[in-house]
Design a protein around this ligand. Structure first.
Ligand code: NAD
Ligand code: GLY
Length: 367
């Protein structure tokens, strides 16, 4: 079913960039580049991976060429597929390619893929010749509702995830929700956890809408996906506009992530997808908030029910003892002045940062 196109904007101080959302609109990439970069046609370099390239590269390339940009097959780098390749080694390989191509400062980098490709392309764009323009074309649900918007770019280090990075905002984001039809079910569900997150932390009406339309979303109904992606991007854009570099309110986007990161780290990033761990983490955050009296049992129940109905595995690994939880959570990037900061729901549609959770309170829910 055809669904109407939507355009949102991320406003950061004097800067502003569009998020174009539609279905079957990947072939408008050239048009988006023309609108975004009104100056003379420039060279376009695409970063993707073989999985996504097989499905969508030719459409993207045809659109770029039709719009008159300089682009040949030599201006494509396919990084291997997988989180493990969001590394400094891959970064160096891409830089070698850019050097060989003599990519000039006015070139445009396009990220075509999920969050791994997007984070890598963003970091390359932030650092190549001290920063060039880039455009996000996210093809996973997680990337469409979260990682492509907001300018966090990074690569991993063996010592930790996303340890090396920069804030570098894209010049535009082009979302084609039809690309979600080829996404494996597990990846789709993992991305949906971030959508639920927005409902819990920012918008009670949206949460209710998710409860009512859950089956349509899980069936990937185009209209339902359009609403879910659009509302998620609106919330993310508003938070980023208020706090680009996470000095305050942006930390609320990490609801469920302190627990989730501990699960991912404990299982060496192999058994749980990020969104799966975030779903389990959001339930733990909700249980902790309920135990401390910050959220009502009725709201906590609704959050738990939506997570269960969505089909997540919500039981963290059995071998995670309280000591393991504590040591892993103490490494979280949100730790400040030695205190673990928890993002906890305070009602459906709101969340807050808590840094005075006692060991007894936390141990009660870890047990
Ligand atoms: P991913 O990029 O690894 O994509 C998941 C899998 O889906 C991959 O195998 C990929 O090739 C495949 N794929 C992508 N699009 C497809 C499509 N349309 N059809 C079929 N297969 C497709 O994973 P992800 O969940 O998109 O992103 C995870 C990354 O995002 C992590 O590295 C995480 O740190 C990062 N992240 C960044 C931010 C941010 O703000 N920058 C926020 C959240 C997560
Ligand atoms: N994904 C969290 C953020 O962008 O801040």
């Amino acid at each position: 079913m055809a669904v109407g196109e939507q355009e949102l904007h991320v406003e950061i101080g004097q800067r502003r960039y569009p998020i174009h959302i539609g279905s079957q609109n990947l072939n408008t990439l050239g048009e988006v580049l023309t609108q975004t970069f009104s100056a003379s046609p420039r060279k376009v370099f695409i970063l993707s991976n073989p999985t996504v390239a097989d499905l969508y590269l030719s459409t993207a390339q045809a659109s770029i060429r039709a719009a008159g940009f300089e682009h040949s097959d030599a201006h494509v780098f396919l990084m291997p597929d997988g989180e493990v390749y969001k590394s400094l080694d891959t970064f160096r390989d891409i830089m070698d390619c850019l050097v060989a191509q003599r990519l000039s400062r006015d070139s445009i980098i396009v990220a075509l893929g999920g969050g791994v490709v997007g984070d890598m392309a963003g970091f390359v764009a932030a650092t190549w010749q001290r920063g060039v323009d880039f455009v996000q074309v996210p093809t996973t649900l997680l990337a469409q509702v979260d990682s492509s918007v907001g300018g966090k770019t990074a690569v991993n280090h063996p010592g930790g995830k996303n340890l090396i990075g920069a804030f570098h905002q894209p010049s535009a984001v082009l979302i084609d929700i039809a690309t979600l039809n080829s996404l494996p079910p597990r990846e789709f569900l993992a991305g949906f956890a971030e959508v639920i997150k927005y409902g819990i932390m920012a918008d009670a009406d949206f949460f209710t809408w998710l409860e009512t339309n859950l089956s349509k979303i899980l069936e990937r109904d185009a209209n339902a996906l359009m609403t879910a992606v659009k509302r998620s991007c609106e919330i993310k854009a508003a938070v980023v506009a208020e706090d680009e570099t996470e000095q305050g309110v942006r930390a609320l986007l990490n609801l469920g992530h302190t627990f989730g990161h501990a699960i991912e780290s404990h299982t060496q990033y192999t058994r749980w997808l990020h969104g799966e761990a975030v779903a389990a983490g959001m339930l733990m955050a909700t249980k902790l908030a309920e135990h401390c009296g910050y959220v009502s049992p009725a709201d906590a129940h609704r959050i738990e029910q939506l997570l269960i109905a969505s089909g997540y595995q919500l039981q963290p690994p059995q071998d995670m003892t309280p000591d393991i939880w504590w040591s892993l959570m103490a490494r979280d990037k949100k730790v400040k002045a030695g205190k673990i900061r928890f993002i906890l729901p305070t009602a459906i549609g709101s969340a807050a940062i808590f840094d005075q959770i006692s060991a007894d309170q936390l141990n009660a829910i870890l047990a």
